[in-house]
Design a protein around this ligand. Structure first.
Ligand code: ARG
Length: 457
């Protein structure tokens, strides 16, 4: 394609380091679509004859059918998907193929193809997150009143409901979705027609190609158009944030599935056995989601570092933009599917969760709150009284509500028998009915809103 300038062909090492076809062949659909939009515009503007345009469009359709049927051939001499397709077009239709590249460069071509690909990936991530939300909201609805220990520092803190805990992940997924939606809107301008970096002298219509490719408008600055990879970074940032959330959810399942916890039985379909220990059922899918989060963050870091020192406009470093995005996208798709399946298929062992909530003095705050409300004791003093009661119960190996009234009154005489009603885990969660709190009614209300937001009602 640029042979005219060079006396010798490229050294083998140059061909190999230069070739992006092994990975950018994934852009073939976008490349064909962008070429078709481009040639249609060239013809409408009278830059290419209608006959040549029809020949080119027909050839591109044939190439698409070939790629679909037998894959994209990998010839390193042709470097990338753009030259691979153009060279095949020349084989198929002859010299008219040479008119396709009028008023464009591979710089605006690759920016356009990649942006189209990334926009689709944003939509697919958003759809995957929605599926996860549906699973979460469904299980949360089933378990709006199932009691489990809530943790801070992974120490039993206060009883919560399982539905409330699951809905915390629904909220994270909602923020992740909004990040992909924002990123998609921000990636709404078409670089096509920026040409190498300066625009073109041909009377092209960039609005027409932008609309044909589903963009909102053309980009406004040709130099920025060919050197911008913010859309890919936006995708990776949203993907990394999503992966962190999925990793935290995976970690919960891993802990909950361990025998000392025994809060959940993971679906067999997302677990594996051990070759030596017959009793084992390992949470491998969850562990791999946790592991993949590290790789996805690595992909974000890789592209950030690739871009950080580049002067305007295009530099070949930017060819390295694609592998991290492709890798992150396939890892994210898998991770979302795995966690959705895990939420859908998990068997929650609610009796174990409830029993665990009884341990660890999870209702100590309820005793303190009762002292404030019923005996008008300042919270700090109530906190101290409660601490004394917990210490006594601990020394006797008893739960708080197993202390006798006499024992409690010996600590503070303002305590009376009504306190016992406040010390059960059911009373504890029911009392936390502040907006967004863990009370079953609050969880049901949030679940109902979420089901409407998801279009399930
Ligand atoms: N294979 C290149 C890439 O993926 C296409 C753009 C090449 N542009 C250039 N001026 N060499 O970035």
């Amino acid at each position: 394609m640029w042979g005219g300038r060079f006396a010798e062909g490229p050294a083998a090492i140059m061909r190999e380091i230069n070739a992006s076809i092994p990975f950018d062949k994934a852009l073939w659909r976008q490349d064909i679509a962008a070429s078709k939009a481009h040639v249609d515009m060239l013809s409408a503007q009278g830059i290419v004859s209608a006959d040549d345009a029809a020949l080119i469009a027909g050839g591109l359709d044939r190439i698409a059918a070939e790629y679909e049927a037998s894959g994209v051939p990998e010839d390193w001499d042709l470097e990338d998907i753009h030259m691979t397709t153009e060279s095949r077009l020349a084989e198929l239709i002859g010299p008219a193929a040479g008119r396709l590249h009028t008023a464009r460069s591979r710089n605006d071509q690759v920016a356009t193809d990649f942006k189209l690909w990334v926009r689709e990936a944003m939509q697919s991530a958003e759809a995957g997150l929605r599926a996860l939300q549906v699973a979460l909201v469904t299980r949360a609805g089933e378990h709006a009143a199932s009691i489990m220990p809530g943790f801070t520092h992974l120490q039993t803190a206060q009883p919560v409901t399982l539905g409330h805990h699951l809905m915390a992940y629904y909220e994270m997924a909602a923020r992740d979705r909004s990040r992909f939606v924002d990123a998609y809107a921000r990636a709404g301008q078409s670089p096509l027609g920026a040409a190498a970096l300066a625009g073109t002298g041909f009377p092209i219509d960039r609005h027409r190609t932008a609309a044909a490719l589903g963009f909102d408008a053309p980009t406004r600055n040709s130099i920025d158009s060919v050197s911008d990879r913010d859309f890919a970074l936006d995708y990776l940032m949203a993907a990394a944030q999503t992966a962190l959330h999925l990793s935290r959810l995976a970690e919960e399942f891993i802990i909950w599935a361990s025998q000392p916890f025994g809060f959940v039985t993971l679906p067999d379909s997302l677990s594996t056995g051990s070759s030596i220990m017959p009793q084992k059922k390992n949470p491998d899918a969850a562990e791999l989601v946790r592991g993949h989060a590290g790789r996805i963050v690595g992909c974000l870091t890789a592209l950030m570092i690739t871009m950080k020192g580049l002067p305007l406009a295009y530099s070949k470093d930017m060819q390295d933009d694609k592998p991290p995005v492709f890798e992150a996208a396939s890892l994210l798709t898998l991770s979302l599917a795995a966690m959705t399946g895990m939420v859908e298929g998990a068997t929650f062992r609610t009796e174990r969760m409830r029993a665990a909530a009884e341990l660890g003095y999870a209702t100590a705050t309820d005793l303190a709150d009762w002292l404030v409300r019923q005996a008008n004791i300042p919270f700090r003093e109530a906190h101290h009284i409660t601490g004394t009661a917990v210490r006594l119960a601990e020394s006797k190996g008893l739960a708080l509500d197993q202390l006798s009234l006499e024992e409690l009154r010996a600590i503070d005489s303002r305590i009376d028998e009504r306190v016992f009603a406040a010390l059960s885990v059911e009373a504890s969660v029911a009392a936390r009915a502040s907006y967004g709190g863990t009370a079953p009614d609050q969880v049901r209300a949030r679940v109902a809103e979420a089901r409407i937001a998801l279009g399930l009602e």
